[in-house]
Write a protein that binds this ligand. Structure first.
Ligand code: SF4
Length: 221
């Protein structure tokens, strides 16, 4: 009798293992499909699968010789897609935009204040022009000096929706933080990350905020 029991347990373990492997393969394929087409039969289920099996799906990608950073990008895009309806329901005056300080020029002379880095619109980087346009439309714009700043501003100003720009790890942790606060958040990943002189695709940025008119002009800013 115990031998039969061990046999059944062994079979169950083997079945579960194969189900696990198949689930990883399916999530990986759906993520790749989303990455290539921007389409998913169920963004919520795919995102949940990616969050639960993230490490395994990345390992699967590496095993297949693919770039596992695709998974992080897809996770951010899915979060954006899921948040977009709630996000768009709020006017700009209820939204806060957080730029990372690394997006500034290395010659930036802006001063630090309790409300973040205060841009002097010197024209050495795109933040100055962007801040002016965004504030004219009603957005609350901040340049983030450090990691605890965003949380402090969210508590202080209680925005109803957030736009965060940063490297992929900052965006992912920021979006998880906003999710805990029940805040719809749109994350935009820097084109080139690092500690200084990072870059952002400004046309995509304005398009995402439904400000395509500015996107057309941004190359001339
Ligand atoms: S435009 Fe603003 S953020 Fe950019 S370098 Fe000048 S002062 Fe700094």
């Amino acid at each position: 009798m115990p031998e039969q029991l061990y046999l059944i347990i062994g079979q169950i373990v083997v079945y579960l293992f194969f189900i696990f492997i198949i689930a990883i393969a399916i999530i990986a394929m759906l993520a790749l499909y989303y990455f290539k087409t921007g389409r998913s039969p169920s963004p919520n289920i795919l995102l949940s699968g990616l969050l639960v099996l993230e490490g395994h799906v990345k390992a699967f990608f590496r095993l297949m010789g693919m770039d596992d950073s695709i998974i992080d990008n897809v996770a951010v895009q899915l979060q954006n897609k899921i948040s977009s309806r709630q996000f768009n329901a709020h006017p700009p005056t209820e939204k806060a935009i957080f730029f990372p300080q690394c997006l500034r020029s290395i010659d930036c002379t802006a001063k630090l204040s309790p409300e973040g880095i205060q841009c002097a619109s010197c024209g050495r980087c795109e933040i100055g022009a962007a801040k002016k346009i965004l504030e004219e439309r009603g957005y609350n714009v901040f340049i983030v000096p450090g990691s605890s700043f965003v949380k402090r501003m969210i508590i202080k100003y209680a925005p109803k929706a957030i736009v965060g720009i940063g490297c992929i790890s900052e965006i992912k942790s920021g979006m998880e933080f906003c999710h805990r606060f029940g805040l719809p958040a749109i994350g935009m990943v820097l084109d080139k990350d690092g500690c200084i002189s990072t870059t952002l695709d400004w046309d995509v940025f304005y398009d995402t905020l439904d400000m395509g008119d500015v996107a057309i002009k941004s190359s001339h800013l």
